[in-house]
Ligand binder design. Structure first.
Ligand code: HEC
Ligand code: HEC
Length: 358
């Protein structure tokens, strides 16, 4: 017979959860400045389970400019693996733009907001800065409908895909149970399945939580403690370092934010708390891309918490420590997608600007 204490431990191991108290820890892991919560399980909607064939089809579509009005722009133009699944620009440049993805790309169609990273997007329940969309399947065709992003009505996209024999084969293989196999629904499902594969869960922080006490350096450990102490973790909640908390962070862009969705006065200018996983890759920061460096973004956020009386003032060294924690401890690009050399349409894959490797 299993004794009660042992049964509890077994259950905790099976469920992968700790005691749930601040200062909690994973079973066998070092203490944390916040309640331990396991990395969430990856799930997909019942009608769109992820399969390797769907994910691969989604990847090709994501990089294929066949989904754009100018046949030169793709999802990857604004969500590139080289720029942290974003594009290195304050605001993105859509169809009829000039230049590779990255700083320097210009054009007549500039988005209203900074392109969000797609890392760990599978775990978000509300999408976009204002949370107006609820699922990746529902979101996937929006950039096509948006005249300044891809600007190709979905019906036209389907007609274009239908002229490419390789896509007909790939859609048939990915959606054997659908009729027709190529439709707006299956296009959205393939793009969604690909995006669900963009998981970042093996950063040094995760190794530390799993019991490797040496995974974080001294400065990062100080930064982690301060990230908890200054209240950052309340909104950027571990282990995803994000949440559905909407807050106005005083950027003064005039963007109505969440208020446009809920109509509530307290949501004026409020944005969804972004993920800080792989955050060092996706500069510039905030919904308007107005802050260039991670250090400046951290200093700004600390200043707001101090102004609200929710944190004591922090020294320059302490701001450095939080920056080091975000910079080093939360980066994992092991499941980064690879850019296809060619795509089924035969159109050139959109180019990326050169980025000095970090
Ligand atoms: C012209 C640039 C551009 C293109 C092209 C583009 N996006 Fe985006 N994407 C953005 C911007 C900007 C946002 C933030 C918009 C907002 O919040 O209002 C965004 C947001 C998103 C989000 C929400 C992420 C989150 O964390 O809530 C997803 C998902 C997404 N895009 C997927 C795609 C897919 C799939 C494609 C191709 C079908 C695509 N995007 C094409 C610029 C672009
Ligand atoms: C009340 C919730 C809340 C708290 C507390 C909070 N943040 Fe934020 N944080 C946000 C929101 C919301 C944004 C996006 C605001 C926008 O762009 O308008 C953001 C943006 C950021 C960004 C930019 C991320 C990106 O990809 O653009 C960083 C970095 C950041 N916060 C760090 C911190 C740090 C460090 C602390 C603690 C000192 C902190 N935050 C406290 C809600 C919060």
């Amino acid at each position: 017979m299993v004794r009660p204490a042992l049964a509890g431990l077994l259950l905790a191991l099976l469920m992968g959860c700790g005691d749930g108290e601040p200062g909690g820890a994973a079973v066998g892991g070092p203490p944390l400045p916040w309640a331990y919560a396991p990395f969430p399980k990856l799930t997909a909607p019942a009608d769109n389970p992820s399969t390797p064939a769907k994910i691969e089809l989604g990847r090709l579509l994501f990089y294929d400019p066949i989904l754009s009005a100018d046949q030169a722009t793709a999802c990857a133009t604004c969500h590139s693996e080289v720029w942290g699944m974003s594009d290195g620009l304050p605001r993105s440049v859509g169809v009829h733009g000039t230049g590779p993805t990255g700083p320097g790309r210009t054009g007549p169609n500039v988005t209203e907001r900074n392109a969000q990273t797609l890392w760990n997007v599978a775990f978000r329940r509300e999408l976009f800065w204002d949370g107006r969309e609820a699922s990746l399947e529902a979101q996937a065709l929006r950039p096509l409908e948006e005249p300044g992003e891809l600007g190709l009505p979905p019906a036209q996209a389907i007609a274009a895909l239908a002229t490419v024999p390789a896509y007909l084969t790939l859609f048939a293989a990915a959606f054997p149970e659908e009729t027709p196999t190529l439709s707006e629904t299956t296009l959205a499902r393939a793009l969604a399945a690909f995006q669900r594969s963009l998981v970042s869960a093996r950063a040094p922080y995760d190794q530390y939580v799993a019991g490797d006490a040496g995974a974080l350096g001294e400065q990062e450990l100080v930064g982690m403690r301060l990230f908890g102490e200054a209240g950052c973790a309340g909104c950027h909640a571990p282990p995803l370092f994000e949440s559905e908390v909407y807050a106005a962070r005083g950027l003064g862009s005039g963007d109505p934010g969440r208020q446009a969705v809920t109509g509530l006065p307290e949501h004026a200018g409020a944005m969804r708390t972004p993920s800080l996983r792989n955050v060092r890759e996706s500069d510039p920061y905030f919904h308007d891309g107005s802050v260039v460096t991670l250090r400046a973004a951290v200093a700004r956020e600390v200043g707001i918490e101090v102004a609200h009386g929710r944190s004591r003032g922090l020294s320059e060294d302490e701001v450095d420590a939080i920056t080091a924690f975000l910079n080093k401890s939360l980066t994992d690009r092991s499941l980064e997608p690879s850019r296809p050399k060619s795509v089924p349409s035969g159109l050139p894959v959109p180019k990326d600007g050169f980025r000095i490797p970090r």
